[in-house]
Design a binder for this molecule. Sequence first.
Ligand code: NAD
Length: 273
Amino acid sequence: MNNLLKGKRGIIFGALDERSIAWKVAEQCVQQGASITLTNAPAALRFGQIDELGKQLGAEIIPADATNLEDLETLVTKSMEILGGKIDFVLHSIGMSVNIRKKRAYTDLNYDWMQKTYDVSAVSFHKLMQVLYKLDAMSDWGSILALSYIAAQRVFPDYSEMAESKSLLESYARSFGYHFGETKKVRVNTISQSPTVTTAGSGVGGFDVFFQYSDKMSPLGNASADACAEYCAVMFSDMTRYVTMQNLYHDGGFSKMGMNPAVFEMVCKEDEE
Ligand SMILES: NC(=O)c1ccc[n+]([C@@H]2O[C@H](COP(=O)([O-])OP(=O)(O)OC[C@H]3O[C@@H](n4cnc5c(N)ncnc54)[C@H](O)[C@@H]3O)[C@@H](O)[C@H]2O)c1
């Protein structure tokens, strides 16, 4: 391994099972020499497999509901104690839509559920950064990342209220990135990832067909969770110190495509069948 993150300390949110993008990021960061703590919502700790990952990586697991400021304060304080100093990198890998789960149409959203979705999927990112900022928990030239999706910019009807959640998430990266950069030389970015087979991803209607469409449309094909983990490690490393307040596409080129003949062929084949 390259030891890209040798001696660095990190907190990874959102590893639920081995398909989770955060699971792969945690493995990659430790392979690259980092020490980390893992965290997830208390309920997810009960039905997920994070214990296995903790054992495998020698990482402590600290429960935290990312919408709860007290939980976040405890998490950050404990992580600094366990890891022995300020935090060099943080991954926010959290998403959940109540209206999608309950199959409510976008034209008939339940607004209480929508608020919950925003709180979990986006406002939690601001809360996390505010806690890190107030506790002065980030090392100089540290790196904070959240995972996003292109539905923040383009319409993907089945993505429903998650589209607005991701727009808000990306906006927080820009706005907080300014404050973190000015005062603490910390960078904040979002990575806009290809569709990826995970619990959260597969919960979106029509995911399988969309996954194939996106794979065909992208000249490099869909980026895998493992590839995303490698990109995150680079973004946490000292090689990217001046990249901040950006939404970075990690999508095999999908975001720049208009039409790909491979998609055309796929549609024609379907018409013939
Ligand atoms: N899978 C995809 O196609 C895809 C594509 C682009 C971006 N993303 C984003 O990647 C991130 C990770 O998702 P994933 O695909 O690995 O799925 P996942 O289901 O494995 O991860 C989502 C995580 O969010 C956690 N979570 C939910 N509510 C929480 C709360 N209140 N507090 C703390 N954690 C909470 C879940 O427990 C879970 O671990 C999400 O932000 C998702 O939107 C996913």
